[in-house]
Write a protein that binds this ligand. Sequence first.
Ligand SMILES: [Zn+2]
Ligand SMILES: [Zn+2]
Length: 140
Amino acid sequence: MIECKICGNMFETDDRRYKCCSAKCSKINQQQHIRRWRKEHREEVRERQRGTYVRNPNQTEHFCKICGEPIRWSETKHPVQHDECVLNEIVKRINSGKKMTDAQYQQLVARGYDLGMFAEEYRKVLKHYPTVAYNKKRKK
Ligand SMILES: [Zn+2]
Ligand SMILES: [Zn+2]
């Protein structure tokens, strides 16, 4: 059992990457992180907006491929997108009437969701029940 760093609820996980009990808490956690990061990097954010920012090659910061916001390296093993951004992309895809891609489904699974959980947690924003376009070439 570990304690959610946002709401203090105890929850069960086998994955040490999870610091929060639910997607809702991870979202709050992420927003707090972004706010903190922006505060600490005010000058850098300004330079970035002006287009004069030169990245320090020693920095191990990484940026979400979806929203462009920073991701802390230690939060997940190989972070390329925020969990929340990945989930939002899937919601967008489902709502446009498409099935989520196999890769997106794998991303869901990697975040501890199955289709039912995802449908339940995002039922307010999902227009259809999520389905997956399984990649037929993929071997089990
Ligand atoms: Zn929580
Ligand atoms: Zn993001």
